[in-house]
Design a protein around this ligand. Structure first.
Ligand SMILES: Nc1nc2c(c(=O)[nH]1)N[C@H]1C(S)=C(S)[C@@H](COP(=O)(O)O)O[C@H]1N2
Ligand SMILES: [Mo]
Length: 511
């Protein structure tokens, strides 16, 4: 047969896919958390400017990772085809393309969260597969017009022979990928372990009736775990067997302490309602939720280790490599920061940090709410670098007072006359004193505010206003328990959280 460009492209593509499959299988078998493709995706996330990254994550929600990984796969397929075609002339050209791809994957893995040297193996396995399979598929394709048989070179392969090899490679790649999928039961195993956990001293919360203002359609005061907002940089969510989970407390301490999951189960639980929110939540946004958290006071564990004089920060590290720097004071004062093991009375969902995450009332998530936390290093702010603070976000992240209108919704048409406007407001750790609304820039009208058991949660509020037929705008502001009124000055989320009043435009019609 006379190989065409398509033949060469097919060789590159099949070799490429085969390498992706073997590297994936190797990652699964070795329990390397990130297959090379995932590692590259995480590298891209790391290289994205801070501003963009957190916002992209919140914009596309649960689809961010599949989209990114899918994009990388599509890009790789194109490069595989390219490798195949350029190899038509010179074998080394194909080798070069595969080497560049492998180098990118290697950089991604090496600059990712640290782990043992095994995390390099999937990249090497994939690289060797690429070269070996491409070499085998093209071995008998003539690179120049077929030479005479007399000079001893192998006879050009028959069309049937080539198709047979190509078919074999394709099927083998599929089988390997399917095998990887089958073996990838880690997540399912951990989900099973999670289901079987019995938590003593963890109670199922009773929602205080007085917290509800009784406005149909308003955001529920307690956020169910399955509708709680999710923000994290991890592509492959860590699946940690609680039996193997450990937390190391070290740094500026008298003695290093290692805490196990069983240690946490055995200790007295602190349980509390806490609203957590994201620094990248825009005015009126929904990256905020309220849950009943159960866990062990961080202060008690730090006391075991004995914090040394001069420390003012704790660098928390997640098993996925993400880090945050938390003021030592916020972890040890009366706000009762905890290592949470349960959310709304059940073991933490994997997406929310199973088996253990940190909850600190009054601080934005990016400086405090470390999910899958495995390491607390006591130190000084001046000596530490945390994930988001290296990308332009503020070092300390106390939450800013905020309020949001849930009803009416933007663009709604409502009957003229008395209108019930409602939503939520929060100023964790300080507490909400009052909420006011204003229609069409008129006077501020006080809202009725739900009674909450703590200062660490949001409140529901509802106000009744009178609206004539026509277009209107309603805005809201909150006042905290230090009598500080929420500012109307507009500030973007970067570097330390948005400010400004939330407003909603709607139309009233005479019934
Ligand atoms: N390991 C890890 N923990 C993390 C993050 C992360 O990217 N990785 N993001 C933080 C941020 S920015 C926020 S707002 C909260 C969100 O917590 P949730 O996803 O449980 O709502 O988690 C924090 N903890
Ligand atoms: Mo966040």
């Amino acid at each position: 047969m006379t190989p065409t460009r398509t033949t060469w492209a097919t060789c590159g593509l099949l070799a490429g896919l085969a390498g992706m499959a073997t590297s994936y299988l190797a990652a699964v078998l070795l329990s390397v958390r990130e297959a090379p493709v995932v590692a590259v995706a995480e590298l891209i996330v790391r290289l994205t400017p801070g501003d963009l990254a957190e916002r992209a994550i919140s914009a596309v929600g649960h689809w961010d990772k599949p989209l990114l990984v899918g994009g990388i796969v599509v890009f790789s397929v194109a490069v595989f085809v390219l490798a195949g075609v350029v190899g038509k002339r010179h074998a080394w050209a194909a080798t070069l393309v595969f080497t560049v791809l492998a180098a990118i994957a290697l950089v991604a893995v090496l600059t990712g969260p640290t782990g043992s040297q095994t995390r390099l193996i999937p990249v090497l396995v994939g690289y060797v597969t690429w070269l070996a399979v491409y070499g085998w598929l093209t071995a008998s394709l003539p690179r120049r017009p077929a030479p005479a048989l007399a000079d001893g070179t192998p006879a050009p392969v028959s069309r049937r022979g080539f198709l047979l090899r190509a078919g074999l490679v394709g099927m083998a790649a599929l089988a390997v990928a399917a095998g990887g999928r089958l073996w990838g039961t880690g997540a399912r195993r951990v989900e099973e372990a999670r289901r079987l956990i019995r938590l003593d001293g963890v109670s199922v919360p009773r929602i205080p009736g007085s917290a509800r203002v009784g406005l149909p359609g308003i955001t529920p005061w307690r956020t169910p775990a399955d509708s709680f907002y999710i923000v994290h940089t991890a592509i492959a969510v860590p699946t940690i067997d609680p039996q193997e989970w450990q937390l190391r407390i070290h740094g500026m301490v008298d003695r290093e302490v290692v805490v196990t999951y069983q240690d946490l189960l055995d200790r007295t639980k602190t349980e509390m309602w806490v609203t957590i929110n994201c620094v990248s939540n825009p005015v009126g946004g929904d990256l905020v939720g309220n849950a009943w958290w159960s866990g062990v006071r961080v202060a008690d564990l730090l006391q075991l280790a004995g914090v040394q004089h001069g420390a003012d920060a704790v660098l928390q590290t997640s098993s996925d490599g993400w880090t945050c720097g938390t003021p030592l004071g916020a972890l040890t004062d009366a706000r009762d920061a905890i290592l949470a093991i349960a959310m709304n009375g059940a073991p933490l969902p994997i997406d929310h940090g199973f088996p253990v995450r940190t909850i600190v009332p009054g601080l934005y998530g990016y400086v405090s709410a470390c999910k899958w936390v495995v390491d607390l290093e006591v130190g000084r702010f001046e000596d530490i670098e945390a994930y988001w603070t290296t990308k332009g976000w503020a070092e300390e992240g106390p939450v800013k007072i905020a309020s949001r209108i849930d009803l009416p919704r933007s663009g709604d048409t409502v009957p003229s006359g008395a209108l019930r406007v409602g939503g939520v407001a929060w100023a964790q750790y300080t507490g909400i004193e009052a909420v006011e609304v204003s229609v069409d820039d008129g006077e501020w009208i006080p809202a009725q505010v739900g009674h909450v058991p703590t200062n660490d949660t949001w409140v529901q509020w509802v106000a009744t206003v009178d609206v004539a037929a026509g277009d209107h705008q309603v805005k809201v502001r909150a006042i905290d328990k230090h009598q500080l009124a929420q500012t109307g000055e507009v500030q973007d989320v970067l570097p330390d959280g948005a400010t400004g009043w939330h407003s909603v435009d709607f139309t009233a019609e005479d019934g």
